[in-house]
Every structure is written in C-alpha cells, then in structure tokens.
Design a protein around this ligand. Structure first.
Ligand code: HEM
Length: 497
C-alpha cells in the first residue's frame, strides 16, 4: 500500500466531509450521517461508562481492604483478590477499549472517507464485546481467573476475546485498506492499523504461550512482554492516534512535525516490544535480557519525547484553547501526565532505583497515572467532545463537566503522589530490614488517602454520567443543534469553570 501520511489530513478530511464547516463544527450535521454510525458510538460510550463504574467501585472496594475496612470478609465470591482482577479487567477492557472503539468509529470513516465494513457487524461486535467482558467479570468472581498478570481472563474466554477482536479489526481495517490503495494515509491511521496487527498477536502470546508452552522464568519473560505490549502496542497507538487526530482538529492547524510523528511510529514499533523484561528486574531471567530491557526502555524514552514535543509544539500559540475547550484541557492534562509517567520510567528502569521501588506501591501509582491519568483523560476528553455530536444535543451543563475535570484531575494526581511516597517509604523500610509489620503500619495513612482520592474520582465521574444522561434526555428543541454546534466549534466550551 502507498502509505505516506499527509500532514494536514485531519483538517482536510474534515473540510471534505463536513461541508467545509470543519470537523470541530460537525455537531449534528447530516453530511457525515452515512459515514459515521453515531448510534454505535453512543452505545460504546454508554457501555464504557457502565464498565468504568463497575471498575471504579471494585477499585474502591479493594482499597478498603488495605484500610482493614473490607465490607465482605469471608465472602468467597467477593474475596479481595478476585475483586482486584475485576477492577483491572473492567477498566482496561470495559472502559478504555469501549471508548477507544467509539473514537475509532468516529475517526476512521472521517479520515478514509469510507464507512466501516458493515453496520450490522458493528452491532455484533458491540454486543459480543459487552457480553464477553461481563462474562469475564462474572467468571473471575466465581474463581476462574487465569493466573497470568493482565491475562486474568479465564482461559475458556480467551478464544472468544480473540474472535471478537478479529471481527472488530475486519470492520475497522476494511475502510483503511480501501483508502490506502494509491493514496496517502494520515499518521493516525498508521497507528490504528498497526494496533490491529499487534493486538491479536499480543493477546494470543500472553494468554497461551506461558500457560501451555513456556513455563518458568521463560514464561515470566513472555508475560512481561505481554503486559508491556498490551499497553504499548494496543492502548498507546490508540491514544497517540487519537491525539494526532483530535488536537489539530480542535486547534484548527496541522501538527507541528509530520516527520516526528513518523519517527514516533517506527520507534514505537521497533523498541517497545523489547521492554517487557523491565517488569522483572532481579528475577531469574538472565541478566543479559534484563540489561537489554534497560537499553530498549531508554530508546523508548526518546521515542515518546517525539510525541510529547510534537503535541506541545502544535499547542504553541494556542494556549487559549485550554480555557475555551474542555476536551483540549483533558488532552493537555493527559499529555502533561504522560510526560511525568515517562520521566518516572527513566528512573524506574535503572537497577539502582528498582532496588527501592520493586514490589512497592510506587508501581501501582505509576500504573494509575498512565492508565487513568493519561489514557483515561484522553478518552474522557473525547467523550466531552463527541457526546453532543452523537446525541445531537448541547451539553446539559458545562459546569458539571468542569467539576468532573477538577475532581478527576485532583483525584488522580493526589492518588499518584500518595502512592509514590508510599512506595518510597515501603522500599526503604524493606531495604533496612525493618519488620514487615512496620511497613504495613507506615503504609496505612497512604492507603486511607488513596481511598479519599478515589472518592473524588468516582464523584467526578458520577457528575459526568449524570450530565450525559440529562443531555441525552433533553428534547431536541429548535435551539439545541445550534447550541451544540457552537459548543463543538469551541471544542465543547467549558462555561463557568
Ligand atoms: C476510584 C478510583 C480507584 C481506586 C480506589 C483504585 C484502587 C486500586 C487498588 C487498591 C489496586 C490494587 C493495588 C495493589 O494490589 O496493591 C488497583 C490496581 C490497579 N488499578 Fe486502580 N483504582 C482506581 C481507579 C483506576 C482506574 C480509573 C484505572 C485505569 C483506568 C485503574 C487501573 C489500575 C491498574 C492498572 C491496577 C494494577 C496496578 C499494578 O498491578 O501495578 N484504577 N487500583
């Protein structure tokens, strides 16, 4: 395929498909009607939020266990270990992937000028995905979790997940393949296409190889690869692709450097898969593999700098958008947190630093910052941007959205800092060979604070969900589309914030 990307593609595509109004003003316009299946997007967003709440409440419940306040002691079905798996699976596969699918439904037809393969297939994928993730939750609570980190999905559901992913890929890849014939593809489509190749390979590798073919330290190395690739080769290309699409659209200017976006793409492809072993420093995995992971992690650090720099240079001179556009503020916050996450990685990948933080809450703080602070912020920003477009109604309340922004951002930053310090305290106590109980007692205030920051996050998201509900319930009165359009033109104006 001829796949050189086009610098101004999103802006051009928007102009081509939105009667010259530009993507950002495409609210309930009819021009994109046959291209974009708004109902499917709406459904994925609703399902994403349902699983989000399931995941959040499971996280809160599990956090209570650390504070010795677990409300269901002795109930096997709700034992904390199972609830933890429910938490991570719901937020990853239910929340993030549903919202990413919603965004792909919006972006791919617009960038390719073609609808997805089949509307019917979109709905089959939608229902199959929700049923499977619900089944994963129920079976995990029943005790069928697979003993593989991030691969806890019961073994008998793994083939169903791969089948669901294959159908999803067929639906989204078709317009890209058709558009690629003799034409240039924008960098967002490069990322999405690569994700479609990497996702099934990564999933099959992580769930089947250590379980059936490679036991022991070799299997652990593959599990490390899997954990890392699931984030790096599935969620990261989706997130980066989304940013390369939405940011130029909202700011109404092309990305700063097209070349850098491609360096980032190829860098991700080459260096990311080699990082996996950095999850298992000081393990029986041979030291040459551990040193290799250190080197490739440093290489990835350079790669992410291209994306972060491209974002901030594109933002240069457009700082006003942070005030006028709430989605942009979510995207910006996510990018700042991404910078912090990557800076953290630079320290974490040294063996000196690992001696302190390994097995501590530092790692949990890092996981929350990247999964929620970064990708969660981007996904929620996309919902703020797209919900009025798919419902055809202006936001019921901009104030509630702004409240959600502050509660969520403060919540995740406090949770991150709290776990960061907790991790240092634990690490140094363990290094000093203090009694184990001492580290538990010292951790207690940090664990209480984590629950409090969780309450802020849950409250913010409840406001957002209520706002989505009230927005969708509004009658589509005469003024609504105009208001929605105006709000979208501003990237969903913040109102009083
Ligand atoms: C109400 C907010 C939340 C609370 C109270 C919470 C709480 C927790 C707790 C207690 C754990 C287990 C930590 C351990 O085993 O030591 C955990 C793990 C995890 N959570 Fe959350 N969580 C919240 C929100 C989220 C969100 C929104 C995401 C992602 C979008 C997320 C992603 C994760 C991940 C990836 C892990 C695994 C961390 C690791 O193994 O290192 N959490 N969470």
């Amino acid at each position: 395929m001829s796949a050189a990307s086009s610098k101004a593609a999103p802006a051009k595509a928007a102009a081509a498909k939105d009667d010259g109004k530009g993507e950002a003003s495409a609210a309930p316009d009819a021009s994109a009607g046959p291209l974009v299946d708004r109902k499917a997007i709406k459904a994925h967003m609703i399902a994403g939020f349902v699983f989000f709440f399931a995941g959040l409440f499971a996280g809160m419940l599990y956090a209570l266990q650390f504070s010795r306040l677990y409300p269901f002691p002795g109930v096997e079905l709700l034992s904390p270990g199972r609830v933890r798996m429910l938490h991570t699976q719901s937020v990853a596969y239910g929340f993030l992937l549903n919202l990413f699918m919603a965004c792909m439904h919006w972006i791919i037809p617009r960038l390719t000028g073609r609808p997805v393969l089949s509307k019917k297939l979109s709905w089959i994928v939608f229902w199959a995905w929700q049923a499977t993730i619900a089944a994963v939750g129920v079976t995990i609570l029943m005790g069928y979790g697979q003993a593989i980190e991030w691969g806890e999905t019961p073994t008998f559901l793994d083939p169903v997940i791969i089948l669901g992913a294959a159908l999803m890929i067929a639906n989204f890849a078709t317009p890209i393949i058709k558009a690629a014939k003799g034409k240039k593809l924008y960098v967002t489509l490069w990322y999405f296409s690569a994700m479609m190749i990497w996702l099934p390979l990564t999933y099959a590798m992580g769930n089947f190889v250590p379980q059936y073919f490679v036991p022991g330290a070799g299997g652990a190395a593959i599990t490390g690869l899997y954990i890392h690739d699931l984030v790096g080769l599935t969620i990261t290309p989706l997130g980066w692709g989304m940013m390369y699409y939405f940011v130029p659209i909202i700011l109404k200017k092309p990305i700063w450097s097209h070349t850098m976006s491609l360096v980032g793409f190829w860098g991700l492809a080459f260096f990311y898969p080699l990082n996996g072993v950095h999850h298992f420093f000081f393990s029986p995995i041979p030291m040459y593999a551990q040193y290799g992971a250190v080197m490739s992690t440093i290489a990835v650090e350079l790669v992410v700098v291209t994306v972060i720099a491209n974002f901030f240079m594109t933002m240069r001179g457009s700082g006003g958008a942070l005030k006028s556009s709430l989605p942009m503020r979510f995207f910006f916050t996510g990018m700042v947190l991404y910078g912090i996450t990557c800076l953290q990685c630079a320290f974490q990948t040294t063996l000196t630093f690992q001696k302190v933080i390994h097995f501590s809450d530092w790692v949990v703080g890092h996981a929350h910052l990247v999964m929620f602070g970064v990708f969660g912020s981007w996904c929620i920003g996309a919902v703020v941007l797209l919900w009025p477009k798919v419902t055809g109604r202006a936001w019921w309340s901009h104030k509630l959205n702004a409240w959600n922004y502050w509660l969520t951002t403060i919540g995740i930053v406090v949770m991150f800092l709290d776990l960061l310090v907790a991790g240092m305290v634990q690490g140094y106590l363990w290094q000093n060979l203090s009694p184990w109980e001492q580290s538990l007692v010292s951790s207690m205030p940090f664990w209480h604070l984590r629950s409090i920051s969780g309450i802020a996050i849950v409250s913010g998201q409840m406001l957002m969900a209520y706002n989505m509900w009230m927005t969708a319930r509004q009658p589509a009165e005469a003024g609504a589309p105009a208001r929605a359009e105006k709000a979208e033109a501003m990237g969903a104006a913040v109102g009083a914030s």
